[in-house]
Design a binder for this molecule. Sequence first.
Ligand SMILES: [Zn+2]
Length: 359
Amino acid sequence: MKRSFVSPPRYLQGPGALDELGRHVNDLGGRALLVTDDVVVDVVGEDVDRSFSAAGTAYHTALFGGECTEDEIARLTEVARSEETDVVVGMGGGKVIDVAKGIRGQAGGGLVTVPTVASTDAPTSGLSVVYTDDGHIAGGLVHRERPDLVLVDTDVIASAPRRWFVSGVGDALATRFEAEATMKSGGQTFAGGRPSQAGVALAERCYDVLRTHAPAAVDAAGDGTVTEALEETVEAIVLLSGLGFENGGLAAAHAVHDGIVAATETTATHGEKVCLGLLTQLVLEGRPEETVREVARFAHDLGLPVTLADVGVAAGRVEAVAEGAFGDESSIHNQPGDPTPSAVVEALYAADELGRSLE
Ligand SMILES: [Zn+2]
């Protein structure tokens, strides 16, 4: 089987990076469709306007409706066409960015992703997770092209609520283990084909950076102070994890996430669900209890969930979660040893028991 590696051509991260948005959008074609929401406009609207004005870049703001659905992508694609924009700028959380990727997929032109929270690794990838109108996952949309630029202003990230930052760490903690599982099973990546050594190496680096810097970064997150630990951790969450999962592959951790979405009405974030999925994956892989406990302890100390109750899985829904982990296009098939739903049920219970022993 072939291997391949994909990435955005440019990544820019640092305090005040938004100042450079207008100039880069200009380089990509000129007139921008800024897809964002009211909350983000309140926080960074003036900075964005100043950046576009300084570069002489025209832009039209289109407010996102709150969920990445096919209808929402179609609605905003119409706006891009009627406004005759050249570049889509998706600014906000993971869902806004996923919608922006969908619009560019339909309307063409350039794409810039500007995460205002480091809550997932969505900004660097060419994947959109599309939801149904009632909030369940309809499927993954793999786009042919990646964002032309990922622009991360760490002044903005450092001021965002800490829970989003912690969630981003939860999403990124799993990347290494999922890439290694995919490599071992001979599974498929979103880049196409089998994992590349480059993809797995980035995933492993992601984990190392988080283990070294995430605790201090989480302490700093939320109060607007950009520390070196925060910079390192943001790069791990957004860039290393994004490239690592797309080129390394997803496995049981994200499959369990999808099962939780399918089987519950949870309000847990993406990264919180992935974190419980990671612990489940480690048990499923037959890792020594000591290893699982060590990862769980690290996650728990950061404020990540480590039990079923923490992520809103009620007693009696565990079988449904496991079943949901085996849906169409599930990444569970990248897990070595062809796990069965009943093995996932057992692993969920074992991870939960271990998690509860920490609390
Ligand atoms: Zn994820």
